[in-house]
Design a protein around this ligand. Structure first.
Ligand code: MN
Length: 505
């Protein structure tokens, strides 16, 4: 923050921007909110503008441009008015003379609650030390469980800070970028906010590894030029195929993001060309049953690659994602990845939890909407039980960072587990008693070792025995935080009991 005198000229040059940005925000909110809401948003802007008047951002711009930008990011997701207002006011209590009580008086309890939540989230410093990182996570999880909108505002706040990262010193920039990749991107991912996650990752990667990022960006640009012709050809043949079956759908090519390509190159040790040699398309239609008709049509056009079909419409991902996925052998054997979904699913795929507001008339996420975010409650409950913070961190990372596999109970119910899960994880998901007495397992009717990795579509049956109890060795092959903390708790208690017993003797 600079002093008043020094910044005066900057305020004036910034005034024009401010007006333009404000008009832009008001235009967006008028598009989906009623006049009364828009008036409240305007009033919130005026308060924030007055409160932040003497302040500057590190770039020298008037501070108000920051909350304005955050509110705009969220308004673009068509989020409810209360959240937009809280976004405008999110730094007022922390950085200005205004108090939470004043905000409550002017804008009501809900706004004050959200502002308070964001302020509390801000009150920690990030260090690479695990304990501090844990504290960040804990606060996020707590805030999410109370009202997920607090975290949505925080993601908007972080996104604008990432977009304006260049003005900071190298060290600070790297620290913020690292935190974004380690904490904010996975949380955005878990909330299904794909667009924001992609931007976090690409901006974070650019700040951490500018050279690598630029090199991949250049290579992608070049590859795209070379591929243009074949992409157009495939797109035409897909559109033609829909037309023949009289299906209305929108075919478009998909592009992988820079950080995604980097992760694939590193994780799967694949060459850039191998990754780019896959052609990816998306087909968007009006209704769910049309998705399946499109699937039939494209499988008729090109042969599908066996084992690659996934029905995330029947079985949505934990973050709410729905779509059909299939891979085809195109002309000359070129692999073509296809995603098929409705417009509503597309909105959900891009903006995740924020898309809920779009399809709710009252503009509030209720607890039923949040049922699909049951993992959140689960983590929340576990964090109050787990006394060892390092251990909590470990199990949290297990839950936040992995992809899911979907398996069936003998009765045909679907259970979601993280990648790398074993029948033991499955047993603990069913019930902690089932987990504790898990003596063996059948996968697809066959008895398998407990350390067997489960795959999508497996049917799992647990063989329980009263004589069986959790073993320390089990910790080596569970992938869920739930199984891990149950086993640890049991083992710890047992050790303590034995020590007491020994003491008695
Ligand atoms: Mn802020």
């Amino acid at each position: 923050m600079t002093g008043n005198e020094e910044g005066k000229a900057l305020v004036e040059t910034g005034t024009f921007d401010k007006e333009a940005e404000l008009n832009h925000l008001m235009e967006i909110v008028h598009g989906y909110l009623d006049d009364a809401d828009c008036k409240r948003i305007m009033a919130a802007f005026n308060l924030a503008d007055k409160a932040h008047a003497p302040q500057k951002r590190a770039s020298g711009e008037p501070y108000i441009l920051h909350p304005l930008a955050v509110a705009t990011i969220l308004a673009n997701l068509q989020i409810d008015a209360t959240t937009v207002i809280a976004a405008l006011l999110h730094d007022v209590v922390e950085d200005t003379e205004y108090t939470l009580d004043q905000i409550e008086e002017l804008f009501g309890h809900e706004v004050a609650f959200l502002v308070d939540g964001v302020t509390k989230l801000n009150q920690f410093q990030y260090h690479t030390k695990e304990d501090q990182q844990l504290e960040n996570y804990r606060k996020m999880i707590l805030a999410m469980a109370k009202d997920v909108r607090v975290v949505v505002i925080k993601l908007g706040d972080r996104l604008h800070n990432m977009r304006t990262l260049e003005v900071l010193s190298g060290e600070k920039r790297r620290r913020i970028a690292k935190e974004t990749l380690e904490i904010y991107a996975p949380i955005a991912n878990r909330l299904g906010m794909h667009n924001i996650r992609i931007e976090f990752e690409d901006l974070g990667f650019k700040a951490m590894h500018p050279m690598r990022s630029e090199r991949i960006r250049g290579a992608v640009r070049k590859a795209r030029g070379n591929r243009k012709e074949i992409v157009n050809k495939i797109e035409e043949s897909l559109s033609h195929c829909l037309a023949i079956d009289e299906i209305e759908g929108e075919v478009s090519g998909r592009q992988k993001h820079i950080y995604g390509i980097y992760k694939k190159m590193r994780g799967k040790r694949r060459a850039f060309n191998e990754i780019m040699d896959v052609y990816a398309f998306r087909i968007i239609v009006d209704k769910v049953d049309t998705c399946y008709r499109v699937l039939g049509a494209v499988h008729n056009l090109y042969k599908p690659l066996p084992g690659r079909f996934k029905d995330y419409i029947a079985i949505p991902k934990a973050n709410g994602y729905q779509s059909l996925h299939t891979t085809l052998f195109g002309m000359h054997g070129v692999p073509i990845e296809i995603q098929i979904r409705t417009r509503e699913m597309e909105e959900m795929a891009n903006n995740g939890i924020a898309a809920h507001w779009l399809y709710k008339e009252k503009g509030r996420v209720n607890s039923k909407d949040l049922e699909q975010f049951a993992w959140l409650r689960e983590i929340f409950e576990r964090q109050s039980e787990e006394t060892d913070s390092r251990e909590f961190m470990h199990s949290l990372k297990m839950d936040l960072f992995k992809d899911e596999v979907y398996v069936y109970t003998p009765a045909g119910d679907v259970k979601e587990l993280p990648e790398g899960a074993t029948p033991l994880d499955f047993a603990f998901i069913i019930h902690s008693k089932v987990g504790q007495h898990c003596a063996g397992a059948k996968v697809n009717g066959r008895v398998v070792p407990l350390r067997t990795l489960l795959e999508n579509g497996d049917q799992v049956e647990i063989l329980a025995s009263e004589a069986q109890h959790p073993q320390p060795s089990w910790l080596r092959f569970v992938a869920t935080g739930k199984a891990r903390s149950s086993i640890r708790r049991f083992v710890r208690h047992k050790e303590r009991d034995e020590t007491i017993e020994l003491g008695r003797k």
